[in-house]
Design a protein around this ligand. Structure first.
Ligand code: HEM
Length: 161
């Protein structure tokens, strides 16, 4: 994997992104704004399941309102994240936080989908699953930030150590 990352980092595409100095902060800013959008949508769905927010609306209406924000937001996160990876593949692929983030992101998407299948039918979604979903998304945010501090966070477990 590290060899692949070294190769990718030396490609013309990666070098072109690296040398367009304004592009990385722009993509990072879009990534950060989208984290806010997706997180608020996840939070409100979870709070609806817990009976704390938007209780005046049926669950299916709340789902129909927020699910598209999550879908589109995650798509933008994936696209901006992909370009960030191409620009610095060695940094990303050698970070334990990166791989854990991808794993928990997949679980976070699956658990939102599981909540959605109950909400769409106006059924009662599992409250523990809702809390677990929120914790998963918080962990994804932490791990995204932790990529820059992989050795500090994971010590000898980091592939960079
Ligand atoms: C497939 C989707 C995604 C990919 C490929 C991706 C990839 C990346 C990459 C490459 C970075 C730069 C990390 C670094 O070098 O320091 C990053 C940063 C980050 N990501 Fe993602 N990401 C994705 C989705 C998400 C999601 C869904 C969240 C949270 C809801 C998230 C939260 C973060 C955070 C908090 C940062 C740190 C931003 C900063 O400090 O500038 N990412 N992501």
């Amino acid at each position: 994997m590290e060899q692949f990352a070294q190769w990718l980092q030396a490609t013309q595409l990666s070098v072109a992104i690296q040398s367009t100095t304004w592009l990385i902060p722009l993509l990072q800013s879009i990534h950060i704004v989208m984290i806010g959008v997706v997180f608020v949508a996840v939070l409100l769905l979870v709070l609806r399941v817990l009976g704390v927010a938007r209780t005046d609306e049926p669950p299916s209406v709340v789902w129909a309102h927020f699910a598209p924000w999550i879908k589109r937001g995650v798509t933008v996160l994936a696209l901006t994240g992909l370009v960030l990876i191409i620009s610095e593949p060695v940094r990303e692929f050698t970070a334990l936080s990166f791989w854990l983030k991808m794993l928990l992101l997949a679980l976070g998407i699956a658990s939102i989908a599981a909540l959605g299948s109950a909400l769409r039918r106006d059924g009662a979604a599992s409250r523990p699953l809702a809390v677990f979903t929120l914790l998963l998304w918080l962990a994804v945010i932490f791990l995204g930030r932790a990529i820059a501090y992989d050795v500090e966070v994971w010590g000898a477990l980091s592939f960079k150590a």
